[in-house]
Ligand binder design. Structure first.
Ligand code: XMP
Length: 514
C-alpha cells in the first residue's frame, strides 16, 4: 500500500525539517525533498507514495533575488493541494505575479495575526492568533482569484487561499511551537484540505525500513557500524530482520569510549542472534589524531579511519554494503541541504572520505529524529537501557577534549565523565536531561591541593535539556549536585584543579564543544 504522503519542498529554512516531523506527528508520512524537484520527478515519486499534498518551506532568501531558490512553477498546476509557509507563501505570490516587497517593518518572533476568514487551514481559529514570524519580505497584492484570510499589523496578506483550488499561503510558521495553534493549522491542511488518512505508524516505518534494506542488500553480505547507541542498535536490529545472518555488526573501539562501553556493547549484543565483531583500533586512531587540533579536522580524520576499519572487516567477511544509524539531525548539521549552512561534520555523514570501497551506504533512519527513533526502538523491543541511553557522538571523547587528543587527556576526561554520570544518575534529574557529560578544556589554571601549589586542567560540565537536539537549554541543576561533582573530580582526578559549569543554550552553543 502506498502511504498517504505530504511532500515538503525544502527552500533551506531553519525549520523545514520540523514541518516533516510535525506531519508525521499526525500519523501521516512526509518526505523532505529539494525545492528544485521537477514536476516529472514528483510524478515519478507517486509510484512509491500517494502524494496528497505539498508544503513549501521557509528559506533565508528573497524571492526577487537573482539566485533565489525556486521550485518548478508547474507544480501549482498538478492539482495537488499546496501550502506555502513564509518564503513558500511569498514564492507562490511571486509566481502569480503578485506583489512581494521588503516589509516596511520586519517581523521576528511572536506576532498576533487577525484571522479575517477562519476557513481551510485556518478553520476553527479565533479572531486573534498568536503566531511566530521571521520575515523581512511581505506579500502586498495577489490576483483576484485569491482571497486574503489573515493579516497582521505589518503584513496585509499574512494568509491567503485560491478561491477554488486547494492552494494556501501562511506568512508565519505553524511548525514552530511558539505558534500557539500551529498544530491545528497543519492538521487542517493534512486532513481537511489534503484528505489524508492517518495510516503512518511506527510499524509502517519498521516495515518500510526492513524492505528498503532487503531491496538494496538483496542476498549479499553487509556490515553495520554498531556504536552501542540507540540509532545504530536499531539499525542493526532492522537489518538483521531484513538480511539475517548476512549481517555482521562491527563495533570499533577507537579508544575514545566512555568507561566500560566496549564491555556494555559486547554483553548487550551477544544476547542478540547476530554476528558480532569487536575491533581494537585504539592505537591507530590515536596515531592518526597526533597533532590534530582543529575540531573539523578531528571529525574528518575519525570519519575516515572508521571507514578504513570497516572496509578491512568487510573484506574479511565478504560484505559489500555498509549500514549506518545516521539520523536526520546528523545530516542537517553536516550541511547536506543545498540552501542551508554547515554547522559541523558529523563523523558518519560529511566525515566520510570521498573514496569508499562499499557498493552503497544504507541509512534506514536518515529521516527520523531521536525521539522518533526511540519509539521505533520500543516497537522493536530493544532493552530499556538502550532505548533511553543518552546520545553519544561517534567521535566520542575525542570531541570532548579541546586541542590535541593524547592518552593522558583521554584518561582524565573519561574519569571525569564517569563521575558526572554517577552523580547525576543518583538523582531524579537524570530523567529530565538529554545529555550530561564532562569536557576537558585546554585551559590550565593555578590551584592549591594539600597545601601545595597545583597547576592543572579545567573540566567543564555540560548538562542540557532538549527534545531533538536541534535546540537545547542548559539544565538548571542544583548547586549541591554541582558541588558533589566538582569535589569528586578535583579529589579523584589529580590533574584537574578547576571545574566549571557550562551555562550556554543551543543556539548559540552546540551541545558538544567541538
Ligand atoms: P551538537 O553538538 O551538534 O549535537 O549540538 C547534537 C547531538 O548530536 C550528537 N553528535 C553526534 N552524533 N556523530 C553522532 O552520531 C557525531 O559526529 C556527532 N556530533 C554530535 C551530540 O552528542 C548531540 O546529541
Amino acid at each position: 500500500m502506498r502511504a498517504d504522503t505530504i511532500l515538503i519542498l525544502d527552500f533551506g529554512g531553519q525549520y523545514a525539517h520540523l514541518i516533516g516531523r510535525r506531519v508525521r506527528e499526525h500519523s501521516v508520512y512526509s518526505e523532505v525533498v529539494p525545492c528544485d524537484i521537477t514536476q516529472e520527478e514528483i510524478e515519478d515519486l507517486t509510484k512509491k507514495f500517494n502524494i496528497k499534498g505539498m508544503i513549501l518551506s521557509g528559506g533565508p532568501s528573497s524571492v526577487y533575488e537573482k539566485n533565489a531558490p525556486k521550485c518548478d512553477p508547474k507544480i501549482l498546476d498538478l492539482n495537488i493541494p499546496i501550502l506555502g509557509l513564509c518564503y513558500g507563501h511569498q514564492l507562490i505570490a511571486h509566481f502569480l505575479s503578485g506583489k512581494v516587497e521588503p516589509a516596511v517593518k520586519k517581523e521576528y518572533g511572536i506576532t498576533y495575526a487577525t484571522i479575517d476568514k477562519p476557513v481551510g487551514v485556518l478553520e476553527g481559529l479565533s479572531k486573534k492568533e498568536k503566531v511566530w514570524m521571521s520575515h523581512g519580505d511581505t506579500v502586498y497584492e495577489l490576483p483576484s482569484e485569491y482571497e486574503t484570510l489573515a493579516h497582521t499589523e505589518n503584513c496585509p496578506i499574512a494568509g491567503f487561499r485560491h478561491r477554488e483550488k486547494p492552494v494556501y499561503g501562511l506568512q508565519w510558521h505553524p511548525e514552530v511551537i511558539h505558534t500557539e495553534h500551529g498544530m491545528l493549522m497543519l492538521k487542517n491542511f493534512i486532513f481537511n484540505v489534503c484528505k489524508c488518512q492517518p495510516n503512518w505508524t511506527m510499524e509502517s516505518f519498521v516495515n518500510k525500513a526492513v524492505d528498503e534494506v532487503k531491496q538494496i542488500v538483496k542476498d549479499h553480505k553487509c556490515i553495520i557500524a554498531l556504536s552501542g547507541g540507540v540509532d545504530s542498535s536499531i539499525t542493526a536490529v532492522l537489518a538483521a530482520k531484513a538480511v539475517g545472518k548476512n549481517l555482521t555488526a562491527v563495533f570499533v573501539d577507537h579508544g575514545f569510549m566512555r568507561e566500560n562501553e566496549p564491555e556494555f556493547v559486547k554483553n548487550t549484543f551477544e544476547k542478540f542472534d547476530m554476528n558480532l565483531i569487536l575491533v581494537d583500533a585504539k592505537k591507530r586512531f590515536l596515531e592518526k589524531l597526533r597533532g590534530v587540533i582543529d575540531p573539523e579536522q578531528k571529525r574528518k580524520v575519525i570519519g575516515e579511519e572508521f571507514i578504513r576499519v570497516f572496509e578491512e572487516v568487510a573484506k574479511k567477511v565478504g560484505a559489500e554494503y555498509l549500514l549506518q544509524g545516521t539520523i536526520y539531525p546528523d545530516r542537517i548539521e553536516s550541511g547536506f541541504r543545498k540552501h542551508s549552512d554547515k554547522i559541523k561534520t558529523h563523523h558518519n555523514v560529511a566525515g566520510l572520505p570521498t573514496k569508499i570501497e562499499f557498493k552503497a551506504i544504507v541509512e534506514p533512519l536518515r529521516d527520523l529524529y531521536k525521539d522518533e527513533v526511540r519509539k521505533v526502538a520500543e516497537k522493536l523491543g530493544l532493552p530499556k537501557e538502550i532505548v533511553w541511553r543518552q546520545p553519544f557522538p561517534g567521535p566520542a571523547l575525542a570531541v570532548r577534549i579541546i586541542g590535541e587528543v593524547t592518552q593522558e587527556k583521554i584518561d582524565i576526561v573519561r574519569k571525569a565523565d564517569k563521575i558526572v554520570t554517577e552523580e547525576i544518575e543518583k538523582t531524579k534529574i537524570k530523567e529530565s536531561l538529554w545529555q550530561y557529560f564532562a569536557v576537558l578544556t585546554d585551559t590550565k589554571s593555578t590551584g592549591v591541593k594539600g597545601d601545595a601549589r597545583a597547576y592543572g586542567y579545567t573540566i567543564a560540565i555540560r548538562a542540557v535539556e532538549s527534545k531533538e537536539a536541534m535546540t537545547a537549554s542548559f539544565a538548571k541543576i542544583p548547586y549541591e549536585l554541582l558541588e558533589n561533582i566538582s569535589t569528586r573530580i578535583t579529589n579523584e582526578v589529580p590533574q584537574v584543579t578547576r571545574v566549571v559549569y557550562d551555562v550556554t543554550h543551543k543556539p548559540p552553543g552546540c551541545i558538544e564543544w567541538e
